[in-house]
Design a protein around this ligand. Structure first.
Ligand code: FAD
Ligand code: FMN
Length: 763
């Protein structure tokens, strides 16, 4: 086959090598505009896993690469005058120039024609004279633009500025992050050794800081001098160097996240950065480029036609790219939002940094550096008031809100049971909540309990508006208090326009087949075209509903609940005041966010006035309507939380969605946790995270990184009321109390989980 590789970076060179290894008769030319030793950047990082893939593909070049590796195991973080080091991370680095030289040598040895200082004007010309054109022309790929209508590239330019510098200062003991506060804001460096006497030194900052430093008007030399002054403490008198002489201007960049919809067109295929990029902070660009080269070479051999090979290549590599881009997005967003975390204690800051891409879990960190993680866990427990010598997972740390002390951080999230009769909880509720309270969670939140018959979502919803309700709830609360050390929270709500609908397991949110009751809402808006149009509330309606909330709160207090939650999420009445999607009022309760928050806050203040001062109140919000700029977005959720915080709400329960049938949520593991993270770290308000959190590892990493104070699990508690006790057994943690009659079961479980017998066995 006659092949042209457009670009002599890692992708182009390694593809040429891989093809020659599979069939020496291929006629391959690499066209590269630069000179052989003329390269931007300094060092690149390769993981052990990537190295193994390279070694399988070509042991010879892999051996040469390995000989030039610089290894390091530690990550050091300089932050607020402290240096925190953790180990077990296992990286290796190599000079980009060296890597390219080794690949050039190998390619030449295999008979590849390398043409340097050869600018290719367009892939179309090459495509006419070659069977295959591999467009490995990098980040700013001309080919990608030349055939943009076919490749459909999506390019997202990220917010931060960065520049890739080098230094002779040694960073050979650790991959080093340095965060420096300057008169113009924070600026940080990612530094790592890549050969005996040179280290990469990438400097990054927010655009605002960059503007204030005036970096954009400086020459590359002036830039280096300015950065030297900023990082002087860490450079030991060494200079910072730029080798981007071929780049015009200051050499600072905004990272472009690239992903093409299609990777091939006729006989042209994109490879490496030209097809997709991964942010430098996860160090995987070269990995992606070289592994894609191997995959393409394999498919060209295994598949009957070039088109079939392209299809397989695109399919297999896209999955890998998306996985990495997702981790890279988490990582780059962490750096973009880093100012949000700069108030954290250095221990927590370091943990947050290490787990930023969400590829490293809590227990994975333990495998890397047990001692460091245990130190961090001890710090967390100490801060939580567990005593100086406690080393346990964060999920087992106590938490205090006003006078309520929770034994751990797990919350049974509110879940409607639809088993009430005329609003009255039944034996179902006693058994259901009793079981969850016995199951080990620190806090059990009951389902949305409605303040009036019309405020119910369905005929099966529980209420708190009749003496019989109060008595039935009191029986449940008494059981929880007498038989367990869990606390119990009452969620109060009003259904608004989503009321008068069918039970959860019938047709959710659809009107009743018969016996519908009129519904109220801020504006005359129906939940969906199938639902009735709500009546817009008058001031008298608002007073009435406020008084109903107050009466229900008084009943909840008499029933002995430890905490109250006001349901302002999921499209129910108070939530529908907050979101502009359903609040169309033109009075003081509609329009601006302050106006839309006015009624929910009136309710809060009225309830707070009758709720015992020693007991906390939380508010559950939908932090994202998932409809874009027309609805609530995470930044609005921060503003909402500030208003709640100012009003004296003790903790914000951060949920999302269910406010509009137009919502397009982006689901995933812990998908709502970023909203809790943002609220907690931008406002300082305590938060609960919820949403697809199901592993102890998720909970521990959320808590340890300071992304929430409590973690709510809903569906996992439907499947397993004993989720917390089972998690403790799985983790061999013996600190959670089991109900005495269950000791024999506990002992067997610990034994089967691989640990030895715990303390006492009462038979
Ligand atoms: C600051 C920074 C730090 C990074 N750190 C790492 C890291 O630690 N680890 C890692 O794996 N990756 C890292 N990367 C990413 C890595 O450099 C790239 O992902 C990798 O080089 C991609 O290889 P490539 O062959 O696709 O593209 P490139 O290496 O960009 O090669 C493309 C080549 O094509 C040539 N070319 C382009 N157009 C033409 C034309 N018209 N005619 C002739 N020649 C042309 C260019 O001169 C260039 O040599 C980093 C990137 C940046 C920006
Ligand atoms: C059956 C069921 C009923 C629910 N009822 C309520 C409720 O009454 N009040 C509420 O705020 N959220 C309710 N939710 C939402 C959950 O509390 C939680 O926010 C959501 O299920 C996401 O958490 P998960 O991924 O752990 O299930 C309910 C969820 C389920 C599955």
């Amino acid at each position: 086959m006659k092949i042209a590789c457009l670009g002599g970076g890692p992708a182009g060179l390694y593809f040429a090598i891989s093809m020659k290894l599979r069939d020496a008769t291929h006629d391959i030319t690499v066209f590269e505009r630069n000179k052989p030793d003329d390269t931007f950047g300094w060092g690149v990082v390769l993981s052990d896993e990537t190295f193994e893939n390279l070694a399988k593909n070509d042991p010879l070049s892999a051996g040469e690469i390995r000989r030039h590796f610089a290894y390091w195991d530690d990550i050091a973080v300089h932050y607020r005058g402290q240096k925190i080091v953790s180990t077990g991370h296992g990286f290796s680095g190599i000079a980009r120039k060296k890597l390219l030289q080794l690949l050039q040598q190998r390619a030449r040895g295999l008979g590849v024609d390398l043409r340097f200082q050869t600018e290719v004007a367009g892939a179309a010309e090459l495509a006419k004279t070659h069977d295959l054109v591999v467009a490995a022309d990098g980040l700013n790929s001309r080919t990608r633009n030349e055939f943009a209508t076919h490749f459909k590239p999506g390019v997202e330019t990220r917010k931060n500025k960065f520049v890739w510098l080098g230094t002779r200062q040694k960073f050979d003991d650790a991959f080093t992050f340095i965060f420096e506060e300057t008169e113009h804001g924070w600026i940080w460096a990612h530094a790592y050794q890549f050969d005996a006497d040179t280290a990469t030194f990438i400097v990054e900052c927010a655009d605002d800081t960059w503007q204030k430093f005036d970096f954009g008007t400086m020459s590359q030399d002036e830039n280096c001098r300015a950065c030297e002054r900023i990082f002087a403490k860490y450079l030991g008198g060494h200079r910072l160097m730029s080798n981007a002489a071929h780049v015009r201007g200051s050499a600072w960049l905004n990272f472009p996240r690239v992903l093409c919809e299609k990777w091939s067109y006729e006989n042209i295929v994109l490879m490496g950065d030209a097809a997709a990029t991964a942010h430098f902070s996860v160090g995987s660009g070269t990995k992606l480029a070289m592994e894609s080269a191997i995959a393409m070479a394999n498919y060209l051999r295994s598949e009957p036609t070039m088109a079939a090979a392209f299809a397989k290549y695109e399919d297999a590599r896209r999955t890998e790219v998306l996985r990495l881009q997702s981790a890279a997005r988490n990582s780059l967003e962490w750096f973009e939002d880093v100012e949000r975390y700069l108030h954290l204690d250095p221990v927590q800051f370091n943990y947050s940094l290490l787990t930023r891409s969400q590829r490293i879990s809590h227990e994975n960190l333990r495998l890397r550096d047990k001692k460091w993680l245990e130190g961090a866990e001890a710090w967390f427990q100490r801060l939580a008031g567990a005593g100086d010598n406690t080393v346990r997972r964060p999920m087992f740390a106590p938490f205090r809100l006003r006078d309520m002390r929770l034994k751990n951080r797990i919350v049974v999230s509110p879940m409607a049971q639809y088993k009430a009769i005329d609003g009255c909880p039944t034996d179902w509720h006693l058994v259901h909540y009793g079981e969850r309270a016995k199951g080990g969670a620190g806090l059990v939140c009951i389902e949305m309990t409605c303040v009036s018959p019309e405020g119910r979502i369905t005929p099966g919803c529980t209420g708190m508006y009749a003496p019989a309700h109060e008595a039935a709830w009191q029986r449940i609360v008494d059981f929880v208090h007498a038989e367990t050390d869990a606390k119990i929270c009452c969620q109060l709500g009003h259904s608004g326009a989503k009321g008068s609908t069918q039970l959860g397991w019938e047709e959710m949110d659809a009107p009743l087949k018969s016996g519908n009751w009129p519904v109220l809402a801020p504006s005359a808006v129906a939940w969906s075209p199938r639902n009735q149009v709500a009546r817009a509330m008058t001031r008298a309606d608002m007073d009435l509903v406020r008084d109903q909330f107050v009466a229900s709160a008084e009943m909840a207090a008499r029933a002995g609940f430890d905490m109250l939650e006001i349901h302002c999420a999921h499209g129910y009445l108070l939530s529908s005041f907050i979101t502009p999607l359903t609040n169309k009022r033109t009075d003081a309760y509609g329009g601006s966010l302050e106006n839309r928050m006015r009624y929910p806050l009136e309710i809060f203040h009225a309830v707070r006035a009758v709720w015992p001062a020693e007991k906390p109140i939380s508010v559950r919000i939908s932090a994202n309507d998932w409809v874009g700029a027309n609805g609530i977005e995470p930044r609005d959720a921060v503003a909402i939380s500030r208003l709640l915080q100012e009003a004296g709400v003790d903790i914000c329960d951060v949920s999302a969605g269910q406010t509009s049938i137009a919502a397009r949520p982006v689901y995933g593991r812990m998908f709502q946790t970023p909203f809790s993270d943002r609220i907690r770290n931008e406002t300082g308000m305590a938060t609960m995270a919820v949403g697809n959190i199901f592993e102890p590892d998720h909970v521990n990493s959320i808590l340890m990184a300071g992304r929430a104070d409590l973690v709510c699990l809903a569906r996992p508690h439907l499947a397993d009321p004993y989720w917390t006790l089972h998690a403790a057994a799985k983790l061999s943690d013996r600190g959670e109390a089991w109900p005495q009659p269950y000791y024999a079961g506990r002992d067997q479980l610990y034994r089967l989980s691989g640990g030895s017998e715990p303390t006492t066995t009462a038979v």
